[in-house]
Design a protein around this ligand. Structure first.
Ligand SMILES: C[S@@+](CC[C@H](N)C(=O)[O-])C[C@H]1O[C@@H](n2cnc3c(N)ncnc32)[C@H](O)[C@@H]1O
Length: 278
């Protein structure tokens, strides 16, 4: 499969993540960081409102977000397949951070546990002020942290409540702060290692990975959000990747990784023109 866009350190695929995962070699990824389309188990906006899930504001009332409308069973079927594949492509000692809310947390915990992951902790992202709603308005999100085997966690001087101000969603309705993702990536990877985000949305994980000198691979089913990611990633290059390929012992001799480390053109190359952001 050809990337939708690639640079020296980032590849974006406009495809279902299961198709992309099928082409990734075993044990080729150091860390998974992702915000899956959990929708809190409700299919409609009315159902989401009742379940306290993220609603699209007026700004997002278009069909871009139609890939985040799975009810609980749909989410479970998708994530069981995705998690099995994530486990396969992650190297021994690799790790996985997945955003989730309090309602879907037990479902995702069971999915991870049943597909081989060693669930190690639950991180709370404290947004430092509360959002819309009633009855204890939402001020936090949850992140499940799991490992494949034992990860060499780099920073033990850190608690499981992380205070980072929420971002004004500019690129995606469930956009996460880049600094929070940089923190996660820094804790579990070394420079030059590869981070994978199967549901990369507007590319926040990929921007974070690039900012701190990691490689990033993302898949996103919506072409519009791929275009947004390209637009964000094309805004300047903060990092010059190392000249030697990293993870050289990770079975990267073929498929996606081979293209990744030897891009035909050293300049970043958009394969389509980004659309106007709304
Ligand atoms: C919760 S959002 C992630 C947004 C991200 N946190 C950001 O900052 O941009 C989940 C994304 O997954 C995408 N998606 C849903 N199902 C998918 C699938 N099977 N494969 C790839 N992407 C998918 C949706 O289009 C959506 O953009």
């Amino acid at each position: 499969m050809n990337p939708y866009w690639q640079s020296e350190s980032v590849q974006i695929y406009n495809a279902d993540c299961l198709e992309v995962l099928a082409e990734l070699p075993d044990e080729s990824i150091a860390a998974v960081i992702s915000d899956p389309p959990f929708s809190s188990g409700a299919r409609t906006d009315a159902g989401k409102a009742m379940r306290g899930a993220m609603l699209r504001g007026v700004k997002w009332q278009d069909d871009w977000f139609s890939h985040d409308n799975l009810a609980t069973f749909g989410f479970l079927f998708l994530m069981r397949l995705v998690s099995t594949e994530l486990f396969r492509v992650t190297k021994q000692g690799g790790s996985c951070h997945l955003f989730i809310d309090w309602r879907m947390y037990p479902n995702l915990y069971g999915v991870l546990e049943s597909t081989g992951w060693n669930v190690k902790n639950l991180v709370v992202w404290d947004k430092q002020n509360f959002g819309m709603g009633t009855n204890y308005r939402n001020q936090h999100e949850l992140i499940i942290y799991a490992e494949k085997g034992d990860c060499n966690f780099r920073n033990h001087n850190m608690g499981n409540v992380q205070k980072v101000k929420r971002v004004q969603a500019e690129y995606h309705p469930t956009e996460k702060p880049i600094s929070l993702l940089e923190r996660f990536i820094d804790n579990v990877t070394d420079e030059g290692e590869t981070v994978f985000d199967p549901f990369c949305g507007s590319g926040t994980t990929l921007v974070a990975a690039r900012n701190i000198g990691r490689k990033g691979i993302g898949s996103e089913i919506s072409k519009d959000y791929c275009d947004v990611s390209v637009e964000r990633l094309a805004q300047g290059w903060a990092f010059t990747p190392p000249t030697t390929a990293c993870n050289s012992d990770a079975g990267e001799s073929a498929d996606l990784q081979a293209d990744f480390y030897t891009p035909a053109d050293s300049t970043s190359q958009a394969l389509s023109t980004p659309t106007q952001r709304r």
